[in-house]
Design a protein around this ligand. Sequence first.
Ligand code: SME
Length: 150
Amino acid sequence: MNIDILKQKINTIIISSNTKEKKLQAICNYLEQQISYYDWVGFYFNNGNKNELKLAQYKGEATEHTIIPFGKGICGQVAISKQNFIVQDVTKERNYISCGWKVKSEIVIPIFVDGKNIGQIDIDSHTANVFTQKDEQLLEYVCKKVATIL
Ligand code: SME
């Protein structure tokens, strides 16, 4: 993973003249395409004041989990903890919502706007034990950049 090149491309997407929705979609597409073990990349955002997350743009297989209550699954737990969450082996996680039998590991990084957690980026991988601090670093950068266009 060449983080500098990945960051540069994310910047290019962010400053393009596209709509916010198209930028978020382009980020999902780019990350899924560039990083071999990113098999599903998506953004969930807080759904008004309903204490639930709603799926926005994503790249990968369609999921029925378009609404996730706070506290449920990895995503719902991050909505409460507001902290990065890496699951290296999803079979070992009790509070987990499966989006398909192929998924082995997952990383979720919260997005903050003006210090308030308003959503997150969620990545699923078909490989176990694959996420490292490099992914956290890259995805924190992506979340900071995304925060500037929300
Ligand atoms: N696995 C997630 C649900 C979302 S899917 O990965 C797209 C979770 O446990 O919250």
